[in-house]
Design a protein around this ligand. Structure first.
Ligand SMILES: NC(=O)C1=CN([C@@H]2O[C@H](COP(=O)(O)OP(=O)(O)OC[C@H]3O[C@@H](n4cnc5c(N)ncnc54)[C@H](O)[C@@H]3O)[C@@H](O)[C@H]2O)[C@@H](O)CC1
Ligand SMILES: Nc1ncnc2c1ncn2[C@@H]1O[C@H](COP(=O)(O)OP(=O)(O)O)[C@@H](O)[C@H]1O
Ligand SMILES: [K+]
Length: 530
């Protein structure tokens, strides 16, 4: 489903929101930049403007009122190096002690001019590593989005050397050595403390394997005209970061004054086995936090009483079970069939014995979330292409391992997660949520949402079960609304992460077990609404 709500980018108060959503590749950034230059903006003027903004941010991060700072400026051959040289000049004038290092014999013309001017001002410029004195922090202007090939030899050793200094490093645009689109390390890369991304978010900064190099990412808005972004990305950009505003807009809040429990969504969870009883409880508690009007939970008969004791408000459906305690058969209450529900979420803790149940829910005409064993069974069934024929939305929520089992022929999810999740969505017609540090969600038309903020505190057994319940509950409530499914999925991912972040703030990253996480879901939304 195409995003139904393009952002009104012509309204100035939407600028902040718009640029915090948009994500570009190196090619797109080059094309956008090309339009700006073709329209008459001088390259040198833009570099001055950008570097001025970077300088201001550096002055905030390292104010001279606190210290006399010695700054090492690492300069590459292109315009990333040019930016760094303008920053060097400005910091020099502001009173910082500046040393410049560039091992390149050939610089682009504008960069060479700034190098020459810096020298004329008496700023020390070094071409070998050993000459550069110890610094309080470093500015990395070696490579930006123009990096074309893996770094080797002297420049690779220099980067490793600077990383070993263990001093704060501020990378301009992208940590040097990272691929702008895939975030892969090309040989070696700067381990930044801050990355000041220029103009628009680069895709590579949102890929899992880039995270340990990016540090804290910040966007420097240098007033790229909307028309130029639109000309390259189209009216509704395809790859976007989830923002607080977009997530809150998909929540079922406020509730209408006149409603009743079945109008607020009826969710069926199918989960659990004797072996994995806890997974069923966590999934149901995640669903509870979504505010869903009615929650039914189908579990093996032997789990019924424990589920009732945890969720007295839910309808717990005890199903006949196999010898080992998996659901044998879905036995819904009288006068109820799968069409009685607005959405079904199926999978956590089922074990692979529950194959007939997964087949049955796939054949239903209900909005369906498949997770965990639901996905493993789907992979075994070999019926992934039939998902295209489903009459209602399907959402698959694999972690990387499940993803690789499901989509062995899709380009490696470790190499480029965004491309991989897009391919998987196109293949299945489903909305696919690929879990990770930067969870990515794609629909079959190539729309992608990336969750830009999370916490490793969530890397813990059971936290995915909570997400499945929460997502199921939101989908059940949204069934009557016109919201794109991927927006609701994105909202669930965002909400789950925000709860993790809040819980980690209060309890440390070690204190966010999955049950605790469910208890932070409500306060996370309340805080974000303020
Ligand atoms: N996006 C924008 O609109 C703006 C971009 N600016 C800066 O310009 C940067 C892009 O500038 P460039 O296109 O000059 O690219 P870069 O500065 O990223 O580097 C490209 C240069 O590095 C060389 N190179 C590439 N891979 C190499 C390797 N492995 N080993 C050695 N040399 C290698 C290339 O031959 C070229 O000379 C951005 O990242 C940003 O910092 C700003 O100046 C102004 C505004
Ligand atoms: N390093 C991380 N940073 C942020 N979130 C993470 C990280 N690792 C895992 N997560 C999140 O934790 C959840 C784990 O889900 P999953 O792997 O299905 O676990 P389980 O099956 O044990 O519930 C996912 O939502 C995932 O995005
Ligand atoms: K850089």
């Amino acid at each position: 489903m195409e995003n139904a709500s393009p952002i009104n980018i012509n309204h100035s108060q939407n600028r902040q929101e718009y640029i915090s959503q948009v994500v570009v590749t190196a090619g797109q950034m080059r094309d956008i930049e090309g339009r700006i230059f073709a329209a008459g903006m001088p390259v040198a003027a833009l570099m001055e403007k950008v570097a001025g903004l970077i300088t201001l941010r550096i002055q905030e991060l390292f104010p001279l009122s606190r210290n006399i700072y010695r700054v090492g400026i690492l300069v590459g051959p292109g315009h990333n190096g040019g930016d760094a040289l303008v920053v060097a000049r400005e910091l020099h004038f502001r009173g910082y002690e500046v040393w410049i290092y560039s091992p390149f014999s050939k610089l682009k013309e504008l960069t060479a001019q700034h190098w020459q001017y810096a020298q004329s001002l008496g700023i020390s410029c070094y071409e070998t590593l050993e000459q550069l004195p110890n610094c309080d922090f470093l500015i990395d202007g070696l490579f930006g989005f123009g990096l074309e090939r893996p770094l080797t030899d002297a420049i690779a050793s220099a980067i490793n050397h600077f990383n070993e200094w263990q001093k704060p490093i501020i990378s301009i645009d992208i940590p040097s050595g990272l691929h702008t689109d895939t975030g892969e390390v090309l040989g070696t890369a700067i381990c930044a403390t801050y990355t000041l991304c220029l103009g628009l978010w680069k895709l590579g900064l949102l890929q899992d394997h880039a995270l340990e190099y990016v540090g804290k990412g910040e966007l420097i808005d240098f007033d790229i005209p909307f028309a130029d972004v639109e000309a390259i990305l189209g009216n509704t950009p395809k790859i976007k970061r989830i923002t607080r505003k977009t997530a809150l807009a998909s929540l079922p809040l406020p509730r209408p004054a006149v409603t009743h429990k079945y109008k607020a969504g009826h969710l069926l969870l199918i989960c659990g086995s004797r072996r994995y009883a806890g997974g069923a409880i966590l999934t149901a508690l995640g669903a509870r936090a979504s505010g869903v009007g009615m929650l039914s939970v189908a579990v093996p008969e032997s789990l019924k009483s424990i589920l009732v004791s945890h969720l007295p408000e839910a309808l717990i459906i005890g199903c006949p079970e196999t010898e080992s305690g998996a659901i044998l058969q879905l036995q819904l209450p009288e006068n109820t069939d799968l069409s009685s529900f607005n959405a079904i979420a199926c999978g956590p803790g089922l074990t692979r014995e529950a194959t007939p149940i997964v087949r049955e829910v796939i054949e239903s005409d209900r909005t369906l979330v498949l997770d965990a064993d639901g996905l493993n069974i789907l992979a075994q069934l070999g019926t992934i292409p039939t998902l295209q024929q489903r009459q209602a939305a399907t959402v698959l929520t694999p972690h990387t391992g499940e993803f690789q089992r499901l989509f062995p022929d899709v380009s490696d999810a470790k190499h480029d997660r965004i491309q991989a999740v897009r391919e998987a969505a196109a293949q299945t017609g489903a909305v696919v949520l690929l879990k990770g540090a930067r969870t990515a969600i794609a629909n079959s038309q190539g729309v992608v949402w990336i969750n830009p903020e999370s916490t490793p505190a969530l890397a813990r057994g059971g936290s995915g079960d909570v997400l499945t319940g929460l997502l199921g509950g939101l989908l059940a409530q949204a069934a009557t609304k016109q919201l794109p499914i991927e927006n609701i999925v994105a909202t669930a991912a965002w909400w789950h992460s925000q709860a993790g972040i809040l819980a980690a703030q209060e309890r440390t990253e070690l204190g966010v077990d999955a049950l605790t996480l469910t208890q932070y879901l409500m306060s996370a939304v309340r805080i974000q609404q303020c």
